[in-house]
Write a protein that binds this ligand. Structure first.
Ligand code: FAD
Length: 405
């Protein structure tokens, strides 16, 4: 939508093909229906929030940054507000205001919108775009330029089912294998099910691949019937997804008391044990853990639940301390593309000119959004990348049609 509108604003006659019956299905569900459209942080820091190919976005984020995006929506009457982690949301707490603003933009720019039609092949001649074939009717729409903004392969019920990858491969583009990212993960251990619905705040989770620590995140996580989720787990899931796809062993270790060192936690346990010396072990952890977690930790500690606290040995206490600092979960998989917020992988950035979003292989073929091998962490970075690359692709495609065709 951003790409189509910009191409039209810059003088092109534009047709937007959308395979769903409505525009912006994914935007509508984004940010739990509130649309975290961008982040208010310093744009210079944005690159680091796209693991992998962040640098590719340098030019597009520079040309159309977070302030420009906020200003764009303000122009359509959308007021925004900033929340925790500098996340930007519409003041109305409703993603539909974003979709409606984009629709109005398309209308004002004179873009012809065709709904319920699936784009198929891009027709080329001498490595130049000549048109676009619709999938079912095989009708060919003549075109001097095509912008492919079909999204990733995650959450396919919103229409983004990875169609752009087939278009790319047919034209000789390399597609980096798409994997689910920002996705809940499954655990080998069954005990998370007992805790489903429990949120832990201010914990530290680290991810280990083949015994080596790869990343860690501090914040909030959630136990579910299949394993774990929540903001810090979603962020770590990209590493899990990549490692699992090549058969590597993945663990997540949760530090339930990240503010305390092992020694400090041990002193804390000693104080608690002193206070509750005549209680049974299972009744002595209330100051330390959420109630629902106590039976799980007791079982994992291998200390008899009914053992009197004054009988708990130093070795047992050390083991408990370690358990609280390194609660181990073996990761067996992710919830897959159906539940992934974003796709890691897509069109190889080496084959796209970052200043124009044009293919380096086919003239007049442009790429925008999540179809490209770019994925960001949570916080508004994915939509900003889609809008910024869309802005650039639209403008550059119009320029190409004006000057090079
Ligand atoms: C549940 C959820 C919540 C999210 N929340 C946020 C958030 O709050 N903030 C954030 O920054 N990011 C969020 N994201 C990620 C963000 O929504 C995407 O990164 C972004 O929408 C990508 O934009 P896009 O235009 O590239 O692709 P999409 O938004 O997926 O749009 C692609 C469009 O192309 C259409 N299409 C696909 N194939 C064809 C075809 N062959 N012919 C015609 N049309 C086709 C699709 O129907 C779709 O409408 C969320 C994602 C999900 C799944």
């Amino acid at each position: 939508m951003m790409a189509a509108g910009q191409a039209a604003v810059h003088g092109s006659e534009v047709v937007l093909i959308e395979k769903m019956k409505r525009l912006g299905s994914k935007i509508a569900i984004s940010g739990k229906g509130r649309c975290n459209l961008t982040n208010a942080g310093d744009i210079a820091d944005f690159i680091s929030y796209y693991p992998g190919n962040g640098k590719f976005l340098f030019a597009s984020l520079k040309e159309f940054d977070n302030q420009a995006l906020i200003g764009f929506f303000k122009g359509y009457g959308v007021k925004t507000k900033i929340e925790r982690g500098a996340r930007v949301f519409p003041e109305a707490d409703d993603s539909e205001v974003i979709v409606n603003a984009l629709k109005q933009f398309l209308g004002d720019a004179g873009v012809k919108v065709i709904l319920g039609q699936t784009a198929g092949r891009v027709i080329t001649e001498d490595q130049k775009v000549r048109g676009l074939e619709l999938k079912l009717s095989h009708e060919v729409l003549p075109a001097d330029a095509v912008i492919v903004a079909t999204g990733g392969a995650s959450f396919p019920r919103t229409g983004s089912a990875g169609d752009g990858y087939a278009i790319a491969e047919e034209l000789g583009h390399k597609v980096i294998h798409p994997l689910p990212a920002l996705v809940p993960v499954r655990t080998l251990e069954q005990w998370p099910e007992q805790l489903q619905g429990l949120t832990l705040k201010n914990v530290n989770a680290s991810i280990w691949v083949e015994g080596k620590k790869k990343a860690e995140e501090f914040g909030e996580m959630l136990f579910t019937h299949f394993g774990i989720s929540g903001p810090i787990i979603l962020t770590l899931s990209r590493t899990a997804s990549h490692a699992l796809s090549v058969g590597q062993n993945v663990e997540i270790r949760i530090d339930l008391k990240p503010a305390l060192s092992y020694e400090q936690l041990d002193l804390r346990l000693q104080r608690d044990f002193e206070k509750y010396q005549n209680k049974q072990f299972k009744n002595a952890l209330e100051d330390l853990l959420p109630k629902s977690m106590i039976p799980v930790i007791v079982a994992l500690s291998q200390i008899h639940p009914e053992k009197a606290i004054h009988q708990v040995s130093k070795t047992e206490r050390t083991r408990l301390c370690r358990l609280l600092k390194e609660l181990l979960l073996h990761i067996t998989g992710t919830l897959g593309m159906g539940a992934a917020i974003v796709t890691s992988g897509g069109i190889d950035v080496k084959q796209i000119n970052p200043s124009t979003m044009e293919s380096r292989l086919i003239r007049g073929l442009f790429w925008a959004g999540e179809v490209i091998d770019i994925d960001g962490v949570t916080g508004g970075y994915n939509l900003q990348a889609a809008f910024s690359t869309g802005f650039k692709a639209g403008k550059a495609a119009a320029h190409y049609v004006r000057t090079a065709v």
